[in-house]
Each structure stands twice: as C-alpha cells, then as structure tokens.
Design a protein around this ligand. Sequence first.
Ligand code: GLV
Ligand code: MN
Ligand code: MN
Length: 417
Amino acid sequence: MGTAIRIDEDRLWNSLMELARIGATPAGGVNRQALTELDGQARALFSAWCREAGCVLRTDPIGNLIARRPGRNDSQPAIMMGSHLDSQPTGGKFDGAYGVMAGLEVLRALHAAGIETERPIEVVAWTNEEGARFAPSMMGSQVYAGLMGLDEALAVRDTEGVSVAEALARIGAQGMADSGSRPAAYFEAHIEQGPLLEAERKTIGVVSGGQGQCWFQMTLTGRASHAGTTPMDMRSDALVGAAAIIGALDRIGRAHPPGCATAGRILVSPNSPNVIPDSVYLTAEIRHPDDAVRAAMELEFRAAADEAVKLNHLDLNLAKVLEQPAAPFDPACIAAIRQAAERNGYPSMEIISGAAHDAVALSRIVPTGMVFVPCAGGVSHNELESAESGDLAAGCQVLAEAVLAYARVSDPVTPSR
Ligand code: GLV
Ligand code: MN
Ligand code: MN
C-alpha cells in the first residue's frame, strides 16, 4: 500500500496521560466540560503539540479547533480525523481524548518519518461533543456539517445562564468563518464505551454506523404547597409527575432492545423537604438503531408524559432538542478500516455505535468511518473508564493506515528538501 507508517504506542499513551491531568478528578477520571477554563488548557496543549508536528491551527466560529498538515497538492480536499477534548462531569481519560490524541499520533508519525502525502491531513478537536454543559451533544460537528445553525448553537445556555458565545469568548476559542473546503473523508477512533469487543475478545471494532437518537427537555409545572397540610387528593406535584415519566422511560427502553431510554438530568424547585415541588426540569433521550422503532418509542414516551400530566394536574412544556436519524457509514471507509485491521492481524468485528460521535454528524456530509477499541467492562461516562495501551495503539495504527490510504502517499521527503 505504498509507504508504511508505524505509530508509537508509548508516545500515544504518554500524551493521553498528560492530557488527562487537565481536569483530573480524585477518583481517577476527568471533569473537563465544554468551553471551561480546563477545556481551554487542553486546547492549548493540543495546539502546541500539533505545531511541533508541523501543523497550522485554525478555529471556526463554533470553536472547532483544526490542525492542518499540508499536502503535496494542498488544494485537494483534506483527509480529516478528530474527536473531542470535552468530557462529562464525571468522565474518563479516554472518551474523546483518545480520538484526538490518536489523530495527533498519526500526524507525529508522519512528521517523524518525513512522509509527505498528496492530500492535506487535518485533525479536529470538535467543540462540545458531550452535550453535558450545553445541550445538545455533537454541537461543533453538527454546526460544521450544517445540521445545526451557528446562531442557534451560540445562543444555548448552561444551567448558570452562560451562553455558548460567552463561554467561547471567555477562553478565546471563537474563530473565523472556515474557508476550507469539505474534507474528502473523515475517520475517528474511539473507545467502544460498551461491552461487546471485550466479550468477543476483539481488538478492533469496524463501525458500520451510529444508532439514531432524540433528546428532549421538559418543564413540568404544578403548585407549591405545604407538605403537611395539603391533602393528597388536592396536590399538583411536579415531582410525582416526573417520577412517572422516568419510570415510563425505563420501561420503554427495556421493551425495545437494543434500544435505550434515559432521564439524565432533573432539577426540582423549590427543592425543600416540606414543600410540594411546583416545578421540575427533566431531560429524556431515546436511542435505537432502527428509526421506525425509535419513532414508536417516542410516541410511547409522549403518551406517558401526557398521562402523568393529566393524573397530577400539571402543565407540560416539552421541547425536542436533538433528532438524529441512524447513520450508516461509508462502505469504502469501512473497508479501509477492516483491511488495515486484517493487514496487522488484529482480531476485528463489525459493530454499530450506541454512543453519539462527531463522526455521526460528519457522515451526513462526507464519507466517514470509525475505529473502536475495547474499554474495560464496557464502562464509560464514568471516572473508572480504562483501556489497554496495546489496544489503543492498535486502533491508532488502523486509523493511520486507513487515513494514509485516502491521503495517498507520495515519496518520503528527503532531508535535503
Ligand atoms: C455522547 O457521548 C453520547 O453518546 O451522548
Ligand atoms: Mn466521545
Ligand atoms: Mn461521551
């Protein structure tokens, strides 16, 4: 396949561990939420490393940070890699960080070997993939792919009332309109975040696509009153309504395997032990690989919410903040990943991604592929998330070879050039 590339396992691992110090939690995880000061520090470290590897950095208006390694034919569309540097509040060291560091390791390996590619290569740290501080998830990649409006994204506020625009300005992460053309292909490496690869003893997951998902935000409004004097049949308790919806979501998820339904965030007001809650903010999300089944799950959820509202004499304000259909990845990108795994003798299997990824947004506009590697016990979105250095290196090697197949290697650069 032309010039060989070998990635450096220790360099990849050491960079992951150094990055994980930014926002490190006592329990061994990472809290580096989108567009915080810590996210800014991670961006600065990534930028410095990319410059050392011969790249030029740019930032777009939603703060996506793009490192570019020029190609011999620099006017050609780039081959792009990426993932995210932001984490969940109780996140791990690898979710997102691995994909960005794996992309960086590919750049470093190319730089160290003096390999020039025909096409430019870009590595992107996408803004706010997690959606933990600012909903929805995949914000930067969705704006990049034209799936979410820039102004709509900039106006989203966190629970403290800080907008995305303000947070970007605070850490100096907002850039200019991106004049770069669309990439020719996008590749992302990620830990699986589920138990399948480990259970099947496979090193590489060749991702065939991402399951669809939808996110909701709702406010249930009842009437606050005294917990000791208000008879049970005269209440309008927003928390009791929310509890019914949470229970229904769990039942709906269980009834539609392999689908999932989750209520992840709840804010109760006035949040006092002896006051009947008059307001509850609740989030819900529903996922399934089959969009028709997911639509049926959504209808069941809406019916359960209406029922809870009626029974408890509440008002409901329900907004859908994300609708992401299932995303099949590109057959040729999938084949490039499978072939790279086979060439290296890594055991592999095809897998559908249960988690959201920036690759899902990119797959709407460019040929896209993803490489998964196992994580211990399938545990992720948890400070205990862990992965083996050898598996991470194998995934990075596969990423490198798939990217190189697309970036088209030309002769190695000689020292005199
Ligand atoms: C992000 O990690 C998600 O799957 O929501
Ligand atoms: Mn992730
Ligand atoms: Mn995540």
